[in-house]
Write a protein that binds this ligand. Structure first.
Ligand SMILES: [Zn+2]
Length: 593
């Protein structure tokens, strides 16, 4: 399929002089009087429609999402634009590739082909774009007909970007020159396998974008947009030590008066209602997995400058929030975009189903079953218990260990319902090609690890073979978590099987805790992501280690095959008389990915 955009747009990557034609809107010959910016983020390989999340079930009982349906909405948006002398731009804020079999089996190529067919204008590099290694990312960047932009990554200690990191693009649409800047989150090295980005540093995007916006204006851009894999997350209370908290807001502040809109990502948040505007710049984000999209409409004067900004106007189910990628409404009537009926695009449907056919048999393969729903989160976190118990079990040729750690960000779905378990479900739970690593730790290291991830602003580590207590009540939210002394947050660690205490905190001052930890060394099964220092687990990097070379996903698969059916008792469910593995007191932190 030839995207409309390829005809209308001329894309100039920074430094390349491979620009093509300009153009006016086909209908009038006058420059566009409106620019419609469609924003998506955190697609995570979700090219196929899926069951709606709970909140969306009030609006539709049908499937939601799917690239073929997104194409249908884009067709409606483009039809509306044509009538209104408007131009349409589609921006993606990163984390396109990682997360589903239909994407990962092709290392993201299926996503690039689909985005090309959708007519995506430009995308940002998300942290998970590095998951297949930089050579694969480079290849995807070369293949894509849309620019995949990264302005704030440099070789360590320099201000030199890798040659594949194009910071900006200049696009001409409907006679209007639009500059686009792509940014990644500063916490990229924390949230992808650190080995893949070890040569790079990620600078705060705001000042860089401000300078690039000036350059784009100097090159004739009358509108400048930022697509940033950086989020509007704000935890309560705000974390003073988190670089990534409100990162998009900081970018907007730095770009005051220089940019016209910011498409954000990374937190999987649906922004609005209420709408979020910082320094006069609208910031949008539309959940994740291509189930929603955002729209910023810019009214343009004759010179192509934005005179008014409309954000998520007329969107459903909530005006001011992202548009749900619904197929039908609650009453079964067809979905509409601002009154226009929406249907799935047949060409895109054929493209994605072609890819899906290649992985369908594998995806549907039955591995085993579970008697009990494995749900993520809460005091009886059976999905986490399942993953952590499998990791230390030695299943599938993995190494056995008395304990295991599982970072919550590594578990990518929220539920495996009771019933049969397929390969596709385990794949979606654990799409990363992480390998198992056994690190040998002292009891105090175990306690310090459990605290490290919290100091990095992440959710608590899930565990197997252990229980532990988190006590936020000593923590003054105005202080940095990283400055709290060891033992002040994780106050007790206990061996689950024997009830023996591994560490216990007696008392703390602001600078030091009185705590006692057991002697001895303990093997702990982790993913190589954690062993290499991901999620703030720096301290694991130089511990003695044994490497099984077995994929964590293959361990999960073997565990399911060995325990058919999985029961509540097997996973130590609290409801089946098991112990709650993490006990929390006081105000916790938010989990984000
Ligand atoms: Zn991300």
């Amino acid at each position: 399929m030839r995207p409309l955009q390829a005809v209308l747009a001329a894309i100039f990557l920074s430094g390349c002089a491979t620009g093509l034609t300009g153009g006016h809107t086909a209908q009038t010959g006058h420059p566009a009087s409106r620019l419609t910016v469609v924003g998506i983020n955190d697609t995570h390989g979700a090219l196929l429609a899926a069951k709606p999340e709970r909140w969306a079930r009030d609006f539709t009982s049908d499937l939601v999402g799917g690239a073929d349906w997104f194409a249908g909405y884009l067709a409606a948006i483009r039809a509306e634009a044509k009538r209104n002398n408007a131009a349409v731009i589609v921006l993606d804020a990163g984390d396109m590739f990682q997360g589903t079999l239909i994407s990962n089996a092709f290392k993201g190529k299926s996503v690039v082909d689909t985005y090309d067919a959708l007519g995506v204008t430009a995308a940002a590099v998300g942290n998970h774009e590095f998951d297949f290694g930089i050579p694969v990312l480079e290849q995807r960047i070369r293949e894509a007909h849309y620019p995949i932009l990264l302005a704030n990554a440099f070789y360590k200690g320099t201000r030199t970007r890798p040659k594949w990191a194009h910071p900006t693009a200049l696009v001409e649409l409907g006679g209007v020159k639009v500059g686009i800047i792509g940014l990644a989150t500063v916490e990229t090295p924390l949230v992808t396998n650190p080995l893949f980005v070890q040569d790079l540093e990620f600078a705060p995007g705001g000042p860089i974008a401000a300078q690039l916006a000036d350059e784009l204006h100097a090159q004739g851009a009358t509108v400048v947009l930022v697509t940033a894999h950086a989020g509007p997350l704000s935890s309560t209370p705000p974390r003073p030590d988190s670089q990534s908290d409100q990162e998009a807001q900081k970018i907007a502040e730095a770009c005051r008066g220089r940019i016209d809109g910011l498409v954000s990502g990374h937190n999987h948040t649906a922004v609005g209602p209420p709408r979020l505007t910082v320094a006069g710049i609208p910031i949008v984000q539309a959940g994740s997995r291509l189930t929603q999209f955002s729209v910023i409409d810019l009214d343009l004067d004759a010179a192509g400058h934005a005179t008014a900004k409309h954000v998520n106007e007329g969107t459903e189910p909530r005006d001011g929030g992202p548009q749900l990628l619904a197929h039908t409404k609650r009453d079964g009537s067809p979905a509409t975009w601002r009154g226009r009926p929406v249907t799935a695009d047949a060409t895109i449907a054929e493209l994605i189903h072609g890819y899906d056919q290649q992985v369908a048999q594998l995806r549907e393969t039955r591995l085993g079953s579970t008697e009990v729903a494995l749900q993520k989160g809460g005091p009886d976190d059976l999905l986490a218990n399942f993953a952590a118990d499998a990791l230390r079990s030695g299943a599938g040729g993995g190494l056995k260990a008395p304990y295991a750690f599982q970072n919550p960000g590594g578990l990518r779905i929220v539920e495996i319902p009771a019933g049969p378990i397929s390969f596709g479900q385990i794949f979606d739970l654990s799409p990363f090609d992480n390998e198992e690593v056994i690190v040998t730790l002292k009891a105090s290291d175990i306690r310090d690890s459990l605290e490290s991830i919290l100091r990095a602003g992440k959710g608590p580590l899930k565990v197997s073979g252990l229980t532990y207590a988190i006590d936020w009540s000593r923590h003054d939210p105005r202080r940095k978590i990283s400055s709290e002394p060891a033992g002040s947050i994780v106050t007790e660690v206990v061996d689950l099987a024997s009830g023996r205490q591994l560490c216990r905190t007696e008392s703390c001052t602001q600078t030091k805790c009185q705590s006692a930890c057991a002697a001895g060394e303990y093997p702990v099964a982790v993913t190589d992501f954690l062993a290499n220092g991901g999620d703030g687990m720096e301290l694991l990097k130089d511990k003695p280690r044994a490497v099984s070379k077995v994929l964590v996903r293959d361990i999960l698969i073997a565990f399911v095959r060995e325990h058919d059916p999985i029961t509540a008792a097997l996973l130590g469910s609290v409801k089946a008389g098991g112990l709650q593995r993490i006990r929390q007191q006081g105000q916790g932190t938010l989990e984000h990915e």
